[in-house]
Write a protein that binds this ligand. Structure first.
Ligand SMILES: C[S@@+](CC[C@H](N)C(=O)[O-])C[C@H]1O[C@@H](n2cnc3c(N)ncnc32)[C@H](O)[C@@H]1O
Length: 368
């Protein structure tokens, strides 16, 4: 029997109503300011503020970039109100600057803390809101190419800064003997390689090794191919595994997978394929989001949980559900315990979490 709705409304506490309304609008403030951050990056406003290194008025900033002063003024008012840009109220005018931490996060493409990648693809990510209602009805999501070419650029810009600083210096040396083996000449596959940054970096550092990057995103593969020819790296190639799959002949020394297994429609099958591709003494380096075992633990311990679940709906889980029967792990769907279980099911016998400091990712050395 269903319960009929009653006419008697529950009493509303006016203070709680105010606080709850504030909570809801603070989410909209975040979304709108994120849009303004996208513009700051795209129009070069942060780069200019960062390059100047001192205070300047919004008119001066607009003039330096050839932008309309009234638009820049309104933008910078948003940024100062959101405490992203620092403001000094001088007698003759307000002047703005980026603090040293803001400068590296917003304006220094080479710094490991640079964070504009996710904002780069914000319009494409938000655009998915038009098609997601249908996904909720049918269950079918959308792969990375649904975010267009700029989606691939955003992913590249998100992962590059950290990879540039830490892949060769910290991550590969964390596995015993790996840099030496790569230096002697090894066969390597980077699964879910995106725009190829990690694959190209490994191929350049270890010219005797052969590296193949695999991805199903046409836009990412196009960027990877451009980058290979721009950087003139002969010992790297890029392939779409649907046409040209991983060799399942125990011929590879190293397989890497950076932040992509949770995006895949068939992660268990891919793990099986990785296992069969590896030599008996080969290594799978799995990097995935530092997820926790339960939802309760996640919302208690992860201050970014709501952001990550939202990104999952718009990007990661959507990709992992983009074909019928997709596993749908999503952004927080591959905690260590699950990675261990799945790796064992794929035929791996050794699993070790590496001690590498990263705010979002966990690193695992997995062996046959
Ligand atoms: C978050 S991105 C990570 C990209 C890259 N590893 C990096 O660090 O820049 C996830 C990537 O996985 C790719 N992907 C999803 N399913 C895949 C599959 N079955 N095989 C290969 N790549 C896949 C997507 O196209 C996307 O480029």
């Amino acid at each position: 029997m269903t319960t009929a709705p009653t006419d008697r409304a529950e009493p509303i506490d006016p203070d709680k109503l105010r606080m709850f309304t504030f909570l809801v609008f603070s989410k909209l403030e975040g979304a709108v300011t994120a849009g303004m951050i996208h513009l700051g990056d795209r129009l070069g406003l942060y780069a200019e503020l960062g390059a100047i290194g001192g205070f300047l008025t919004s008119d001066e900033l607009a003039a330096r970039l050839g932008l309309h002063p009234r638009w820049v003024q309104e933008w910078i008012h948003n940024q100062a109100a959101a405490r992203i840009v620092d403001v000094r109220h001088d007698a003759d005018a307000d002047r703005y600057t980026l603090g040293p931490e803001a400068k590296v996060v917003l304006a220094d493409e080479n710094h490991p803390a640079f964070a504009m990648g996710m904002f780069h693809r914000l319009p494409q990510t938000m655009n998915s809101l038009h098609v997601l209602p249908e996904s909720f009805r049918t269950g079918l999501g959308h792969d990375y190419d649904s975010h267009g070419p700029d989606g691939a650029v955003g992913i590249e810009r998100s992962f590059e800064p950290w990879s540039r600083h830490h892949l060769l210096a910290t991550v590969l040396p964390a596995i015993d003997g790996l840099p030496e083996r790569l230096a002697e000449g090894a066969r390597v596959a980077d699964i879910g390689c995106g725009a190829g940054g990690a694959a190209i970096r490994m191929a350049s550092a270890f010219p005797k090794s052969q590296v193949v990057g695999y991805d199903i995103s046409r836009f990412a593969l196009e960027r990877a191919a451009d980058r290979k020819s721009r950087d003139s790296v002969p010992n790297v190639e890029f392939r779409d595994p649907r046409r040209d799959p991983l060799p399942e002949d125990a011929s590879l020394d190293l397989v890497t997978a950076f932040d992509c297994i949770h995006d895949m429609t068939h992660p268990q099958e891919v793990m099986g394929s990785i296992r069969r591709s590896l030599k008996d003494d080969g290594t799978w380096l799995l990097v995935d989001i530092k997820a926790l075992d339960t939802f309760e633990e996640t919302i208690r311990k992860n201050p970014m949980a709501s952001l990550m679940y939202g990104i999952s709906v718009m990007s990661c889980m959507s990709s992992a559900m983009s074909v019928s029967g997709g596993a749908g792990l999503g952004t927080l769907g591959l905690p260590e315990s699950k990675a261990r279980r799945m790796a064992a099911e794929a035929g791996f016998t050794r699993f070790r979490r590496l001690e590498i400091e990263h705010s979002l990712n966990a690193f695992y050395e997995i062996r046959p």
